[in-house]
Design a protein around this ligand. Structure first.
Ligand code: LLP
Length: 413
């Protein structure tokens, strides 16, 4: 649950605002984001990795309001599409604090990035390297770049979330010689400036040893680069991926300071480590609130589902849920929380104990809903996407408004 969450008389309060109030004002489903919690998680990361070396992974969840908080708190921002870059701009992030990722950035996206003056492009292929070099030359600038390297680490996570192995689509391989060739080509391109090397081993990782192994491989590669080209690369960006606890019984997530200690033990003192946490900042700050529509046997149906949270269906992700609009005194029984979509796989929570008298009109909350949910939401079955409301000190403010039927109908020509 978010840092400022409390229960008074059965009702959940976050940021000093009761869930009943929030739902009366904004409807359901609604994502409620604890701004203090978000800020304090950012601060914990910047305490562990100072000087702009924390690049928030905007893919977890991004909105212009958040960009403002990140800017204020001294974080940088990792974007991976022209769309995320546009949100960064709208939110007022200085371009030099933005890092641009992606395995297939378009020419138009790269041109926009160069013209905006983006701080760094993480080059992911030889094709991109040539494109970027041409675009930067045409624009008359020297574009700062990092090279995304495959460290050859298979992290212990869901297969779809592992990105550090040899067979991933991301990055250039050390083992095959691609990575060192890419370094040579960047160094030979007058319109490019090599500022660092990047790796990202995956997401929802608890084992700090995987980060240490990746860092060791990257440090060894830095030495290879120095021997081959006589240049000292001063920056190692080791990506995001620190896990979070979704269920009460799960192991606690490692702290940013623990990751920093592990990395500093491997990375030489004259090299600056950078990180890109997304989930570990955003996920715990937000709860998803749904209204119960029907109760039928063990199935409790709510007014959202796989369109606003694709994670259970996509990754088999497990969540918990609670009744949050009243105290439930009835004996608990086990429910399966399902959405309103037209398929049996539309399950949000398997086997959760809730008061046996739970009924239509009750509100249930799913905690740890701040990452890869609203940002990955879709419109399956023409269901509009829910809003995100930030709460703090008794005030609620919409950071993403609710999508309407009209918004969706406007797409048809
Ligand atoms: N940096 C890069 C290059 C990334 O690809 C990612 C995440 C991050 C940083 C942030 O990783 P985080 O700290 O959030 O783990 N949709 C999936 C997660 C996909 C992660 C994509 N890349 C899910 O819902 O679990």
């Amino acid at each position: 649950w978010p840092r400022t969450a409390s229960r008074a008389g059965g009702e959940l309060r976050i940021g000093g605002v009761g869930v009943g109030d929030l739902v009366a004002r904004f409807g359901t489903p609604v994502y409620v984001l604890d701004e203090d919690d978000f800020r304090s998680r950012c601060a914990e990361w910047t305490a562990a990795f100072p000087d702009g070396d924390v690049h928030y992974g905007g893919k977890a969840f991004l909105a212009p309001a958040l960009v403002g908080w990140l800017r204020e708190l001294g974080l940088s921002l990792d974007v991976c599409s022209g769309g995320e870059m546009a949100v960064a701009r709208l939110g007022g992030m200085p371009p030099e604090r933005v890092v641009f990722h992606g395995n297939n950035k378009s020419v138009a996206e790269l041109r926009d990035a160069v013209e905006w003056g983006i701080g760094c492009v993480v080059v992911d292929s030889f094709t991109e390297l040539d494109r970027l070099s041409d675009l930067a030359r045409a624009a008359g600038v020297r574009q700062r770049v990092m090279i995304r390297v495959k460290p050859g680490v298979d992290a212990d996570t869901h297969a779809a979330l592992a990105t550090g192995g040899e067979n991933t689509k991301f990055g250039l391989s050390i083992a095959s010689g691609e990575a060192i060739e890419a370094v040579g080509r960047v160094l030979a391109a007058p319109s490019l400036e090599l500022v660092g090397l990047h790796s990202h081993i995956g997401s929802q990782i608890f084992d700090l040893g995987s980060f240490a192994t990746a860092a060791e491989r990257m440090v060894a590669f830095l030495k290879e680069v120095e021997a081959a080209h006589g240049v000292a690369v001063g920056r190692l960006d080791l990506g995001g991926g620190l896990g979070v606890r979704y269920l009460p019984g799960e192991q606690a997530a490692p702290r940013p300071a623990e990751l920093a200690d592990v990395l500093r033990a491997v990375v030489p003192a004259d090299v600056r480590p950078a990180v890109e946490p997304g989930r570990s900042i955003a996920a715990p700050t937000t709860v998803a609130i749904y209204e119960v529509g029907t109760v039928k046997g063990r199935y409790l149906s709510v007014d959202g589902g796989m369109s606003d949270n694709p994670r259970p269906a996509t990754y088999g992700a497990a969540y918990t849920a609670s009744l949050v609009s009243r105290t439930g005194d009835a004996a608990p029984r086990s429910f399966t929380i399902v959405g309103k979509h037209c398929e049996s796989g539309d399950i949000l929570v398997h086997d959760v104990e809730l008061p046996g008298d739970i009924q239509a009109g009750d509100l249930v909350a799913i905690p740890c809903s701040g990452a890869y949910q609203r940002s990955a939401a879709g419109n399956y079955n023409q269901v509009p996407r829910p809003p995100v409301v930030a709460v703090r000190d008794g005030e609620a403010r919409v950071v993403v408004r609710r999508e309407t039927q009209e918004d969706l109908l406007r797409l048809f020509v």
